[in-house]
Write a new protein. Structure first.
Length: 512
């Protein structure tokens, strides 16, 4: 994986005549060291339709300066980006290409802008001579390489916080700059400014006209559903690099976005034509299942480790922790490789393309033009009724395998009811929010029950392995018994939890 660092910086407008104020008077700064001028030459890459720029990403190949090489930057927050670096090479390194795959897909990356910069660097130092921040006056010259042939030139000041620096320093530096008449830049990055200022006049005019037109009329039910679908689609694309980097909770969040998206397509089938959305839904089901292999193992590992940690030492007999660790590493390693292979596969990329196509030309039905207050409650209540039926069925069964299956089915229905209410919340407000919260309580209880069922299967398998190896199986059996008791407790709690979640006044509020 490429080297990475978090970049925290701010940019300010300047001119060729701009001079830095005395920054040694900033609190905490003891000295300002001039490090000279370096010449930087960077070529920025993107697809022809500028997909990276649309997501506020930048990819460049830079020569000159102390950090020559390939740089890929992902936005984190205003003025904060995660930067990934690879050494200088003629072609894009594979590690960076993987992080871009969900956006680039099968398209070609082409050079879009060449940016040559004369960087006059100053270091802000503390009393021990340690770097606090780097302040540079950049004289930039941009040349459009794709989609035009324009050029642009400007001067700006860039203040970048040193690694592990205190962000409060940037506020103090900014106060000094403002007093000197220097103000924040309107552009989030050099690339954004270069593309804007080198664009052909017809493109700039089109953007101005589009902004002036705006959107007329009140949002329809279709508008709200499409906004939710778009949000979840973007989440899948945005989470792809985090999953590849194995960041905490990334697989879970990507799987949730996938499930929410599929649920919306199924719930709001009176608004979006099923003949167009069902094939997409089938592919989303496939992706969620693939992501589940890794995520389910992650959840199972955490549950088994927690259960083992809760036991007194006197009840842990044999090499239990070693066997659990080996078992977990073997299963998790295989699932992780499979997840990355899925994200690299053509089927996944085709799914992303189909989502883009769906949003570009949505298959709206007549109900999509109705007011949200008319169309959305019916869809939410239908999912609620489905859940009520499944909970009732589960409660009629005796404890055992059939009830376990019925409770798992109810859990899936609870998720759909919750997601349906969440999707409707921007339009329906508090009633949808209350239903979403109540459905979440039901989902949580049923989810804990299902996790116990899965844990018992794993514990039985581990006990069999331990016995075959001549190890005591006592601890595995004890953990199995505890999980069995936990599941029984959830089953006893379900009637009361469902009674609170299904209060008639909540439904009445949604029905208006």
């Amino acid at each position: 994986m490429a080297d990475s660092k978090r970049e925290i910086e701010r940019k300010y407008e300047a001119t060729a005549e701009t001079r830095l104020p005395d920054l040694s008077r900033v609190a905490g700064v003891s000295a300002v060291a001039h490090r000279g001028v370096s010449e930087l030459d960077a070529v920025y890459y993107d697809t022809e339709d500028l997909r990276l720029m649309a997501g506020s990403l930048t990819l460049r190949r830079r020569t000159g300066g102390s950090d020559a090489g390939w740089h890929l930057k992902f936005p984190v927050a205003s003025g904060i980006r995660d930067e990934f670096r690879e050494p200088l090479s003629d072609t894009l390194p594979r590690s960076l290409a993987g992080l871009l795959r969900s956006r680039v897909r099968m398209s070609e990356l082409v050079p879009v802008v060449r940016l040559r910069t004369a960087r006059d660097v100053h270091h802000l130092l503390d009393a021990e001579g340690a770097l606090l921040a780097e302040v540079s006056i950049d004289t930039a010259r941009a040349e459009r390489l794709t989609g035009g042939s324009g050029t642009a030139a400007w001067t700006e000041i860039e203040v970048e916080l040193a690694d592990d620096g205190d962000p409060a320093l940037l506020d103090a530096v900014e106060r000094r700059l403002r007093k000197a008449g220097v103000h924040p830049s309107a552009s989030p990055s050099k690339l954004a400014r270069a593309l804007a200022e080198t664009a052909p006049e017809r493109e700039r005019k089109r953007k101005r006209d589009k902004g002036a037109r705006g959107k007329a009329g009140q949002p329809t039910a279709g508008d709200h559903v499409l906004a939710y679908i778009r949000h979840q689609s973007v989440a899948i694309v945005d989470l792809d690099p985090a999953v590849r980097r194995d960041l905490p909770d990334s697989v879970h969040q990507m799987r949730v976005a996938t499930r929410r998206l599929r649920s919306a397509l199924r719930t709001y089938r009176k608004i979006l034509d099923r003949s167009a959305t069902d094939p997409v839904g089938d592919e989303l089901k496939w992706l969620a299942a693939e992501l589940g292999i890794d995520r389910d193992q992650e959840v199972l590992d955490a549950r088994l480790r927690s259960g083992l940690a809760d036991l007194p030492r006197t009840l842990v007999l044999g090499p239990v922790r070693s066997r659990l660790r080996i078992w977990s590493v073997a299963r998790r390693g295989g699932s992780r490789r499979r997840t990355v292979a899925v994200l690299d596969g053509k089927r996944y990329l085709a799914l992303l393309e189909s989502l883009d196509a769906l949003l570009a030309a949505p298959p709206l039905l007549p109900a999509a033009s109705h007011a949200p207050e008319q169309a959305l409650p019916r869809a939410v209540l239908k999912e609620y009724e489905r859940l009520a039926t499944r909970v009732g069925h589960a409660l009629e069964l005796r404890p055992g395998h059939d009830r376990d299956l019925a409770m798992h089915d109810a859990r899936k229905a609870a998720k759909r009811a919750r997601y349906a209410a969440e999707a409707a919340r921007p339009a329906l407000g508090k009633p949808a929010e209350r239903i979403a919260k109540r459905m979440k309580t039901v989902q949580t209880l049923l989810g804990d029950h299902q996790d116990s069922v899965v844990a018992r299967d794993a514990l039985r398998a581990l006990a069999v392995q331990a016995h075959a190896a001549g190890e005591p199986a006592f601890t595995w059996g004890l953990l199995y018994g505890r999980e069995e008791a936990a599941a029984a407790a959830r089953e006893r709690e379900l009637p009361q939890v469902w009674e609170r979640a299904s209060q008639p006044r909540v439904r009445a509020a949604l029905e208006g």
